[in-house]
Structure formats: structure tokens, C-alpha cells
Design a protein around this ligand. Structure first.
Ligand SMILES: Nc1ncnc2c1ncn2[C@@H]1O[C@H](COP(=O)(O)OP(=O)(O)OP(=O)(O)O)[C@@H](O)[C@H]1O
Ligand SMILES: [Mg+2]
Length: 276
């Protein structure tokens, strides 16, 4: 991020309900006063947060508190939902994510997303990973494309399992392998940020552990935002945790601090299982 871009980042609005540390040095993404409405219903309320590079941010909170809604703001996936409206400011490296001229396809390459249910395309393993680099013109020829596919599958920890069956359908893989394929597909276009919405909820503990190890490796190269219902997972994989409640960002801070010394009673009730 340039100094100029950094200097244009606005301060956290005083009405923001967030407590604790919200700013980080040199944030990759800043959100300020973000609201999301579905028709008349306000699902997210004045949320302000910074996203740092090379860090995992976990977003936790009870069902319906707005985690997925907020995650979808970062790469404008809410644009695809009828009646959804986003207000406030979201910037990626100082650039307004919601600017009219913003090319949404480019944006989603820079801010990739992995969903709860693995969703490989109905194509071969190779073509799943090659899809993005092809549409973005990232490879000059087949040799370069092969390299990108191989590197992405290696980084996603899947290469050894699929190298002899690249022409097989992506859907022929196990659930955990499919999720790693989806991660390979996401990283094949060189994103800066990876959004993950409960990426392990359809996986068994062994596949989950593999994805968690992978998240830890990937953070060396990317900013990662993960929504999870598992407090253990948030504690294992993230460096910062944000707790949401009924559309409010209640508290955000270092993961260790949030889990050992939450500042807000709502956070404490949730992490100690007293919520509800
Ligand atoms: N497409 C939609 N249309 C209308 N309302 C929606 C839509 N998606 C979400 N909502 C509402 O917005 C609020 C936040 O939902 P969201 O899915 O973001 O919660 P969440 O924290 O991800 O929950 P969960 O943990 O169950 O996935 C809820 O009240 C939900 O009913
Ligand atoms: Mg959700």
C-alpha cells in the first residue's frame, strides 16, 4: 500500500459500536461504517474494521448475526442478491471497492472466495484450476498454464493426490479434496485476499485439519478472512478475531486476548457457551 492511499483512509466513525483495537498498521482492506440492508431489514450495522495482510481474521458469532453478509461485502457478492444494499466505505489498498468503475470480475480475482460447500465446476480437475487464469489471460501458452495449475495444486496441498488424474472430473474427488481444489482454483489467479465462509463445516476432522494447516501456510502470502462456528477453529487458525451479534461488530482484537480476556459481556457469554 502506498503512503498516499494510507493517508486517505478515514478514521473510525465515533458512532461505531466496535470496542477494542480496530486499526492495524498498513491495512490491506478498511471498512468504515458499513451497513447492509435486505429490503428494509438492516442486517449489518455501522461496521468498521481493518484487515491486515499475512493474517487470518476469524469472524464468529451466533447464527444470523451477519457474518456471511459482511464477508460478501468485500468482493461484492451482495450485488448478486436481489434487494441487498450496502452503504459505507470499503477500500482495498485505498481503492473504493464499490466505485462504479470497479470491474467486479477483477475484484473477485483479487478477493477470492471459498464457500461452505465445496463447489467445483462440472469440469476436469485441471480445468477447474485453469479456468481463472484462462479468463484473466494469465498464461501465454499451455506450458505456462500447466505451471500455474501445478503450482496452485501444490500450494493447496492436493498435487500428490491428483497429479495422475488431472482429466478426471473435479466432482469425483472427496469432499475435503474438492475443498482443496476450490482453494487451488482461488489462488490460481493470484488473489490478495481469500474469504472463507465456514470452509470446513462439510468436512470430517482429518480433512478439516488439512484445511487448517493450509490456511496457516497460505497466510504467508494472503490476507484471509474466515467465518467459523467453531471457537476451537478460530483459536487455532486466526491471529485476530471479530465477534458479531445481531448485526453489530461487538469486539475485535488479538485472538488470544478475545478468548482469554474478552472486553464485552456478549463476547464472553458466547465464547463460554452461555449464549442463548
Ligand atoms: N438473501 C437474504 N435476504 C434477506 N435476508 C437475508 C439474506 N441473507 C441473510 N439475510 C438476513 O440477514 C441476517 C444475517 O444473515 P447472515 O447469513 O449474514 O448471518 P450469519 O451470521 O452468516 O449466520 P449463519 O451463522 O447462520 O451462517 C439474518 O437475519 C438473515 O435472515
Ligand atoms: Mg453464514
Amino acid at each position: 500500500m502506498t503512503d498516499i492511499a494510507h493517508s486517505t483512509v478515514p478514521p473510525v466513525p465515533p458512532e461505531c459500536k466496535t470496542t477494542g483495537v480496530v486499526t492495524v498498521p498498513q491495512p490491506l482492506i478498511t471498512a468504515r461504517g458499513v451497513n447492509v440492508f435486505y429490503g428494509d431489514k438492516r442486517a449489518l450495522k455501522d461496521v468498521s474494521i481493518d484487515i491486515a495482510n499475512n493474517q487470518v481474521l476469524a469472524m464468529i458469532g451466533p447464527s444470523g448475526c451477519g457474518k456471511s453478509t459482511f464477508l460478501r461485502c468485500f468482493n461484492r457478492m451482495n450485488d448478486t442478491i436481489d434487494g441487498a444494499r450496502v452503504t459505507g466505505l470499503l477500500q482495498l489498498e485505498g481503492q473504493d471497492i464499490y466505485e462504479k468503475r470497479q470491474d467486479v470480475v477483477q475484484l473477485r480475482a483479487r478477493i477470492g472466495m471459498v464457500f461452505q460447500k465445496p463447489n467445483p465446476f462440472p469440469k476436469s480437475i485441471y480445468d477447474n484450476v485453469a479456468y481463472g487464469p484462462r479468463i484473466h489471460g494469465l498464461a501465454a501458452d499451455r506450458i505456462e498454464l500447466d505451471e500455474i495449475v501445478q503450482t496452485s495444486l501444490k500450494r493447496a496441498g492436493l498435487w500428490e493426490e491428483v497429479k495422475d488424474r488431472l482429466a478426471a472430473p473435479g466432482t469425483s474427488l472427496s469432499g475435503g479434496q474438492q475443498q482443496r481444489l476450490c482453494i487451488a482454483r482461488t489462488i490460481a489467479v493470484n488473489p490478495e485476499v481469500i474469504l472463507m465462509d465456514e470452509p470446513c463445516s462439510a468436512l470430517d476432522p482429518i480433512a478439516t485439519a488439512r484445511i487448517e494447516d493450509l490456511i496457516d501456510e497460505l497466510r504467508a502470502s494472503y490476507a484471509i478472512i474466515i467465518v467459523t462456528h467453531s471457537m476451537q477453529q478460530a483459536a487455532r487458525v486466526s491471529q485476530r478475531t471479530a465477534y458479531f451479534h445481531l448485526g453489530d461488530l461487538i469486539e475485535v482484537g488479538e485472538t488470544d486476548r478475545i478468548f482469554t480476556n474478552p472486553r464485552h459481556k456478549l463476547t464472553e457469554d458466547y465464547i463460554t457457551g452461555r449464549f442463548g
